[in-house]
Design a binder for this molecule. Structure first.
Ligand code: PMP
Length: 309
């Protein structure tokens, strides 16, 4: 987690681009105290022809609106307006590649759990980001199962990407770091594999891919969806959504995380048990290369996923 870099010079905040240091909120603002907010993490890549393109912008904005709807946050913009605001923010940054963070929150300087109204603010910031998990991208990550369970979907709507959900991710992530591992793995309330603090997970066993179903408290990842398509159509690997027990994970041939930030990160050890050979497997490696080619516009049929700016 050593690659979160410099912020862009401008932040888009409630309708206009403002200099980074002038985008300010009150310390008493509602969302800061109660964790009510929804957000996205999106990447823009420099493509083969030298232009910058945002990867799967429409799908991220759709999920942002779904998350806002679930949490009853009233966004005073259309999805098209939000897409344009994101494009404008990337353009203003001058970055060829960046990570984009739109945040929808209640910027109301009033306390009390029931907010007086739910009209939301939208802030969009950008930052430079390399490999989210550093050298684990090439070496593979060593992960440990968290003592904390992923929040059950009858307590919070885990298909929404909400700020408050990340206090569960925070606990797991800090615990893993203190234990000396690269990353945490969370189990769901039933004890089946759920996801990482900020990544979905897949296993490969006997030439088939399995990823946990949405009811296992997982975020419907945009990368998860992309990877399902690439495994099936490009690598000829059948993909199933099914419960994964810890035993199934320990005995998998390969395992990897997926996420906008994490991209495809191999998992080489879980709870000190080697996955497969204990090095990134052939399917994972092929998928990393394929994903890289897709996001950089090298494969024409997937350029439909790129929004050139
Ligand atoms: N699960 C969690 C908890 C996440 O934070 C993320 C990152 N947004 C993901 C999964 C992966 O989602 P995506 O592929 O859309 O980035």
């Amino acid at each position: 987690m050593d690659s979160m870099g410099e912020f862009g010079e401008y932040v888009w905040f409630d309708g206009e681009l403002v200099p980074f240091n002038e985008a300010k909120i009150s310390v008493m603002t509602y969302s800061l105290h109660y964790g009510v907010g929804v957000f996205e993490g999106i990447r823009a890549y420099k493509t083969v022809d030298g232009r910058t393109a945002i990867f799967r912008l429409r799908e991220h904005v759709e999920r942002l609106f779904d998350s806002a709807k679930i949490y009853k946050l009233e966004l005073p913009y259309t999805p098209e307006e939000v897409e344009k605001a994101i494009i404008d923010t990337v353009k203003a940054s001058g970055f060829e590649e960046c990570y984009i963070r739109p945040l929808v929150f209640l910027n109301i300087p009033k306390l009390g759990v029931r907010p007086p109204q739910r009209k939301a603010s939208l802030a969009i910031g950008v930052l430079k980001m390399g490999r989210y998990m550093g050298e684990a991208y090439t070496k593979g990550a060593k992960v440990s199962t968290s003592a904390w369970r992923r929040i059950p979907p009858n307590s919070l709507p885990m298909n929404a990407k909400a700020t408050g959900h990340y206090i569960n991710s925070y606990l797991a992530s800090v615990e893993a770091a203190q234990r000396g591992y690269d990353e945490a793995l969370l189990l769901d309330i039933r004890g089946f594999v759920s996801e990482g603090p900020g990544q979905n997970i897949f296993i490969i066993k006997n030439g088939k891919a399995i990823t946990p179903p949405l009811y296992a408290s997982v975020l419907p990842g945009v990368t998860r969806e992309t990877v399902k398509i690439l495994l099936d159509r490009e690598l000829g690997i059948d993909v199933f959504e099914d419960d994964i027990s810890l035993g199934m994970l320990y005995s998998a041939d390969e395992a990897f995380f997926t996420g906008t930030a994490a991209e495809i990160t191999p998992i080489v050890e879980v709870d000190n048990i080697k996955i497969g050979s204990g090095t990134p497997g052939p399917v994972t490696r092929a998928l990393q290369q394929l994903y890289e080619d897709v996001v950089r516009g090298k494969i024409s049929k997937y350029r439909k996923w790129l929004t050139y700016i």
